[in-house]
Unconditional design. Structure first.
Length: 136
């Protein structure tokens, strides 16, 4: 059995290398992966693909990750968002969690740790969807 269970992950980061590394790792775990380079692009892809989990950088052009997090949670309070960032301020991390982020993970990312957080986020998402009477 794969980790993915048919889940779609949206990876949002303005660094192409981070996008490609995460995409390659997650696809090897059988996730369906969509990438976006900034918050504005992320919102469009969020609407189009309805991902189960979002991996979201904080510092990006056009629309930062904190504002993107708030907009995503407004659209779908049950989607789980994991902030993946080089910004290591405790105050920023606490703010992200207060705004609905599932977790905040520091770059450089330990991919196996990230995989565990994604699995936990997807379990929470599944419970939310079951409570709402919807699958996935």
């Amino acid at each position: 059995m794969s980790d993915a269970n048919g889940a779609t992950i949206l990876v949002v980061d303005d660094e192409k290398k981070v996008q490609s590394n995460m995409k390659r790792f997650l696809e090897a775990k059988s996730f369906s992966v969509i990438v976006a380079g900034d918050g504005k692009d992320a919102l469009a892809k969020f609407e189009e693909f309805k991902p189960d989990c979002v991996l979201l950088d904080i510092e990006m052009p056009y629309l930062n990750g904190i504002d993107t997090l708030k907009l995503i949670k407004d659209k779908d309070p049950g989607v789980e968002v994991i902030m993946v960032t080089g910004v290591t301020s405790l105050k920023i991390a606490e703010g992200c969690l207060a705004d609905g982020a599932f977790a905040v993970i520091e770059k450089p990312v330990n991919m196996e740790y990230l995989s565990g957080k994604i699995r936990a986020a997807l379990e929470k998402r599944s419970a939310y969807m079951a409570k709402k009477g919807r699958r996935r």
